[in-house]
Design a protein around this ligand. Sequence first.
Ligand code: MG
Length: 248
Amino acid sequence: MITIKSKQELAYMREAGRIVALAFAELKKAIEPGVTTGELDRLAQDFILAQGGRPAFLGLYGFPASICTSVNEEVVHGIPGLRKLENGDIISIDIGVEINGYFGDGAVTFPVGEISAEAKRLLQVTEEALYAGIARARVGYRLSDISHAIQEYVESRGFSVVRDYVGHGIGKSMHEEPQVPNFGRPGRGPRLRPGMTLAIEPMINAGTHEVCLCADNWTVVTKDAKLSAHFEHTVAVTDGEPEILTRV
Ligand code: MG
């Protein structure tokens, strides 16, 4: 069942989303060659707790850290640790926050130092694809119109859409119905209604869309070891423009 959030529930989700956005602003200042992914995790955890939130990924399905850090060919769910970022890397960071029983979820891929022209383009196209999807999160569209807009935007620019992992409804749980794929034919699925809240999150690869799971049973990597990027916002469908909750 897709839940419709009340005004009060949306206010709580706005608060969770605000902390997600502010945590990204903190991390952005810290991302540079030499910093470890574990240091970024601690920074995010301390910041979220200081804001009165709870790092929602910590312990979720057994995940061992507060944020996911996925470097270069890592797609999602990378575990922070001793890895030092290097000039030219890209790092996808996924942050979930819970406050007052409501959740916010966002992801950003950051450049580390000076990155290649192809990497820059991948980041730009992935972020723009997210906004192409968000633009369809309106009354009058169906769920798969979001999916289709993302796929079309990405594939017409020569990149590929990860199939095995998808976006999701969000609210009183991190993962609610419906699933929000980043691919598919338009005009399918439930009609979008005010009060629906969706985490829209294109995961976009420079090469093949195929991915595999690493031996740690968490980290997802591209099958061809080419780069992958990930941008995500938690979005509320309203009577008018979509409201991005994970933004300040
Ligand atoms: Mg998500």
